[in-house]
Design a protein around this ligand. Structure first.
Ligand SMILES: [Zn+2]
Length: 241
């Protein structure tokens, strides 16, 4: 039986076939420290390598940076400009530059809501980012994935599974099914869904007013099979493959 290894996005090499690797990525989405800490403990417990896409400054960044299992990328939010929410922070370049500074240098980017455009891809490249992770190609499509290089040398790294989107598909894919796929296998999790063990988008909506209230979030965690259970099952399967 083949062994499946965890890898970080910045280890991606275009000539690899990726059959025996999986990539765990996490979009921070402004999670409170208690939730980041919860995800951190989960990853440490299973000794999992992961790429974190950072949204904001927190004391825990130092802890993440010092852990060799982790790579820190950036998770810029361009919705502020697109939907005119914050007239002060009005340039894409300043949003990206601020986050690169917070992280202390990054080679990966995934935008909040996967916002991308050819202009943004050029800005990413000019700011020395190497990997763009904004393309979602669902595993349900059965396309065998690999990364590719674009005109400005940026490497596109598609992901094939995302926790919140998996809840929108009527046909659910099992961890076994996903791990048996050939090609690039990038998973995208959020600390909020790992913490809540989200099993439906209704629970997520119920939690929305309490994103900063740890006690309340703790009281509404799901006991049914949810995203945390899926994560643990996936990791245990990789380790026992
Ligand atoms: Zn996001």
């Amino acid at each position: 039986m083949r062994k499946i290894k965890f890898e970080k996005i910045n280890s991606i090499n275009l000539t690899d076939d990726f059959n025996d690797k999986i990539f765990i990525t996490l979009d921070l989405d402004w999670a409170i420290d208690e939730l980041i800490d919860d995800t951190l403990n989960l990853l440490n417990q299973y000794d999992v390598k992961a790429t974190w896409f950072i949204t904001h400054k927190t004391d825990l960044l130092d802890v993440l940076q010092k852990n060799e299992n982790f790579e820190l990328g950036i998770h810029p939010n361009f919705n502020k400009i697109l939907f005119n929410q914050d007239p002060i922070d009005s340039s894409c370049t300043s949003i990206i530059t601020k986050l690169i500074e917070i992280v202390g240098g990054a080679s990966c980017v995934r935008s909040h809501h996967l916002t991308q455009s050819s202009s943004l891809l050029n800005i990413f490249s000019q700011l020395n980012l190497t990997y763009d992770c904004n393309t979602f190609i669902p595993a349900n499509s059965n396309i065998i994935l690999k990364p590719w290089k674009i005109w400005n040398n940026l490497i596109e790294v598609p992901h094939f599974w995302e926790d919140d989107i998996s809840m929108m598909f009527s046909s659910k894919l099992t961890s076994q099914n996903l791990l048996s796929r050939k090609g690039l296998k990038v998973f995208n999790f959020h600390p909020i869904h790992l913490f809540l063990n989200t099993n439906s988008l209704d629970l997520y909506e119920k939690a929305r007013p309490f994103f900063n209230d740890y006690k309340k979030l703790k009281s509404i965690r799901s006991n049914d099979f949810g995203i945390r259970d899926f994560f643990i099952e996936l990791i245990e399967k990789c380790n026992s493959y």
